[in-house]
Ligand binder design. Structure first.
Ligand code: NAD
Length: 424
């Protein structure tokens, strides 16, 4: 057990407990051998590293990092690296498992992985961050490689961090290996469209949901929690579709305007001031209030366990598009389902990022690069097809979209294991 929500007595589950709860519920809808069911409840391998980093003041500080591979049944593993003070092995384990399901839902030839370092990057200089990244990369290099495990950005990591990872790995090899990591700057073998791919995926599934529900996107209201890579791109791409962005937030708080605002202007404001709070023409609201606003689309794009049994009753969105991984607990899922709120689950909604990461990896391996229009077109095809597949399973089996996505994903992974056979 991890966090206690101070407003209510309820003790929240850890992310891995949450991931297992979702998994255990979904496998009931499948016929899979008991041994395989048990196998997929466990990560394949986990590594924890404690390592020194030279700080600017001449001191040496010890950091802890993790890398977890959940499953290699469908191919090499893929998953981001997170820098955050609250990173735990339990959280990385959950995120790795969700990556396995995500890759399977959209049909990518990858298993799931995740990495994280316990640190507060906001309190570190650029040199300290580079030192930390290079040493962490070296420490986990027994797990990572273009044919074995390919990291990518996640919370508080960006194309620059990916460039240091690529360079460190390449220095050890003695030649450049761009395919070892995705989300790199374009000049180093990065892909067009990768930066906004996760947000674009969120927008694409939101558009599909609107079609199914007969919602008009012109003037549809949108609230976004978290205004980083995923949240900001989701917001401006929904704005481009004609939606009205009425609220966004970051770790310092939220902003609201009933009239709506231009998210690209908010992004520029955040670049200058470090936060969305104080954007002219908006009023300040709390992160909790952002989640509870009446709106057509709510896009949680920050961290796990934001919508729980404690606040699910007060959610007034019509559709929740999970930009973040694990923002909704299972108890909350049940409440939302009964309230007829459509939840497009993380393993589908935010799969645009790993999909374009897959394109980047393919381009790096072939040393042949595609144009942005090709990337966006292929991404749109995969996201739309995956949404339709999950929607169909959800209707056929009369289950929520998360369970439907999990049923599809677990079935694909279990089939891969069965077809490969149990070695030896
Ligand atoms: P990021 O670091 O770019 O942005 C995170 C944002 O969340 C920041 O604006 C931060 O201020 C805000 N935030 C942090 N704590 C908050 C809080 N308590 N309330 C409100 N806002 C808060 O990270 P990101 O890459 O955008 O990732 C966000 C989420 O999306 C994570 O769950 C991540 O795992 C998931 N995700 C990211 C990608 C990707 O391609 N980057 C892909 C799939 C899923």
């Amino acid at each position: 057990m991890r966090k206690v929500n101070h407003s209510v007595i309820k003790v929240q589950k850890t992310p891995y407990e949450m991931a297992l709860e979702q998994y255990d519920y979904a496998v009931q809808f499948l016929r899979i051998k008991r041994g395989i069911v048990e196998m997929l409840r466990h990560p394949k391998r986990e590594l924890t590293v404690n390592f020194p980093v030279k700080m600017d003041d001449g001191s040496v500080q010890i950091f802890t990092g993790h890398r977890v591979h959940h499953s290699t049944a469908r191919g090499p593993t893929k998953g981001g690296i997170r820098y955050h003070p609250d990173v735990t092995l339990d959280e990385v384990r959950a995120l790795a498992m969700w990556m396995t399901w995500k890759c399977a839902v959209v049909g990518l030839p990858f298993g799931g992985a995740k990495g994280g370092v316990v640190c507060d990057p906001k309190k570190m200089s650029i040199i300290e961050l580079e030192n930390l990244t290079r040493r962490y990369t070296t420490e986990i290099s027994i797990m990572v490689g273009p044919e074995s495990d390919i990291p990518a950005p996640d919370v508080n990591t960006n194309p620059q961090v990916m460039a240091w990872i690529m360079d460190t790995y390449s220095m050890h090899k003695g030649y450049s290996v761009p395919a070892v990591v995705t989300g790199k700057p374009i000049g180093l073998g990065g892909s067009q469209g990768r930066f906004e791919a996760t947000g674009r995926g969120c927008m694409l599934v939101a558009v599909e949901a609107a079609k199914e529900l007969g919602m008009n996107l012109q003037g549809a209201t949108v609230a976004v929690q978290g205004f980083g890579n995923v949240g900001s791109a989701s917001a401006y791409l929904m704005h481009d579709q004609g939606c009205k962005i009425i609220a966004v937030s970051d770790s310092q708080g939220g902003i609201y305007s009933a009239k709506g605002f231009d998210p690209r202007k908010v992004l520029r404001f955040k670049k200058e001031t470090g936060t969305v709070v104080g954007f002219p023409g908006t009023e300040a609201i709390t992160n909790e209030e952002v989640l509870e606003l009446p709106c057509d689309f709510l896009i949680p794009s920050a961290l796990e366990e934001q919508i729980t049994a404690n606040n699910a009753d007060r959610i007034r969105a019509k559709v929740i598009v999970e930009g973040a991984n694990g923002p909704t607990t299972r108890d909350a899922d049940k409440i939302l389902y009964n309230k007829d709120i459509l939840v497009i689950p993380d393993i589908l909604a935010n799969a645009g990022g790993v999909t374009v990461s897959y394109f980047e990896w393919v381009q790096d391996l072939q040393a042949f690069f595609w144009e942005e229009v090709d990337i966006n077109e292929r991404l749109a095809r995969i996201m739309k097809r995956s949404f339709v597949d999950v929607w169909r399973v959800s209707k056929e089996k009369k289950i929520d979209m998360r369970t439907a996505a999990l049923v599809m994903a677990i079935d694909r992974v279990a089939n891969a294991i069965m077809t490969r056979g149990i070695y030896p």
